[in-house]
Design a binder for this molecule. Structure first.
Ligand code: NDP
Length: 355
């Protein structure tokens, strides 16, 4: 009978279960706030990825963390013994969660050891470093993923779809705001040689990335101005607040603000027949998406997913097929190019053309 058809189909599917897939081992480099609060717990939500290694300058912390997450002793390394990872077949990929100035060095060393790499944002402190990292991945024939976790979660993906499929007509303007009031003046984020810069490097990069993925274009011109509170000890070396414009080939301008002084947490697309926005836009949980058309405001609800688990799953999938991840080194380099132009424009007080 007709009613039996779906049942037959379902049981036929059950009769041939998918072949069990091999696990995909990660070594986490740097057991700091992000690794502890978000990345290590995310292994509870991954499919193939498992944490099989820890690289740390703190032996006690590494031992305790290994015990908590079941990492075998053979997966424990210091920064000096890190290169021995080449001999560890448990480890397929290295996830670099170090201060920004160490991203390039550890990415290159991991690729030389034949591992895939997931490196946190910002990819590095300069375009030149990005180039060296991309070259190292290519030479090793391994994949490099830059940790733009929002690209892997449903809300951001819905925003991108609404913009690209022109649900409200063509995009006319983009507004991106990202910031927070930074605490402890002694932290590495406020030391230029380590962080590479101030709010632009840490949080402004979310706006740069969003303006690019919402427009689907690369910026041709950047203009930026800065304000840092005079006498504030936090901003002796790095900038506090930056207002910047990115001009795209279609004529769309993204107008953005980056700050270490005030909380800012929103991306908005103004299209011909309506606008859509996320606020909060860059948190790890509790994202919200609103659509405005005429006088109506609609909130859209989507599943809340673990950004880090989705991203680690994605690298495992792309490694298996040896294809570039969604947020690869080239994507990370594009953002660094814009950020270097932002700093140049702040210095020269003139628009900077990107060719
Ligand atoms: P933390 O300072 O909390 O952790 C960094 C860790 O790196 C330290 O705990 C330490 O680990 C290791 N380390 C090695 N050398 C140094 C050094 N010279 N100075 C300080 N630490 C060192 O930083 P976060 O975890 O907040 O940030 C790490 C990276 O992750 C950054 O690039 C940041 O931009 C990115 N990040 C991304 C987020 C996202 O949502 N995608 C959110 C937060 C951060 P150990 O003691 O084990 O050696």
């Amino acid at each position: 009978s007709l009613a039996a058809v779906p049942f037959v189909a379902a049981s036929a599917e059950q009769a041939t279960p998918p072949a069990p897939q091999r696990t995909f081992g990660y070594a986490i480099v740097g057991i700091g706030d992000l690794a502890t609060d978000a990345i290590l717990p995310a292994f509870a939500n991954t499919t193939r990825p498992r944490v099989m290694g820890l690289v740390s300058g703190d032996v006690e912390k590494a031992r305790a963390t290994a015990k908590q997450y079941g990492v075998p002793d053979r997966g424990l390394y210091s920064y000096d013994t890190f290169d021995r990872i080449v001999d560890n077949p448990d480890i397929d990929a290295v996830y670099i969660v170090l201060p920004n100035n160490l991203h390039a060095q550890y990415t290159i060393r991991a690729h030389k050891a034949g591992k895939h790499v997931l490196v946190e944002k910002p990819m590095a402190n300069t375009v030149a470093e990005c180039d060296a990292m991309i070259a190292a991945a290519k030479q090793a024939n391994r994949q490099l993923l830059v940790g733009y976790r929002l690209r892997y979660e449903p809300y951001t993906q819905a925003m991108i779809r609404m913009a690209r499929e022109q649900e409200f007509g063509p995009t006319r303007a983009i507004v991106c705001e990202a910031g927070f009031n930074i605490g402890n003046p002694a932290q590495w984020r406020l030391t230029k040689a380590v962080a590479g810069g101030g709010s632009m490097m840490d949080i402004g990069i979310y706006s740069v990335n969003a303006a690019r993925y919402l427009s689907g274009e690369e910026a041709v011109e950047v203009y930026a101005t800065e304000y840092s509170t005079p006498g504030d000890v936090r901003f002796k070396e790095v900038e506090e607040t930056v207002h910047f414009h990115m001009r795209f080939p279609s004529g769309v301008i993204a107008s953005c603000m980056s700050s270490y002084g005030v909380p800012l947490n929103r991306f908005r697309v103004h299209a011909l027949r309506g606008s859509f926005e996320m606020e909060p836009a860059w948190n790890r949980t509790g994202l919200r998406l609103r659509v405005m058309r005429g006088s109506t405001v609609e909130q859209r609800y989507l599943p809340q997913r673990d950004h880090f688990a989705l991203m680690m799953d994605h690298l495992a999938e792309r490694a298996a097929t040896n294809t570039a991840p969604l947020t690869d080194g080239v994507d990370g380099r594009h953002d660094m190019r814009v950020i270097e132009a932002v700093y140049e424009s702040m210095r020269t007080k003139r628009p900077v053309t990107l060719v």
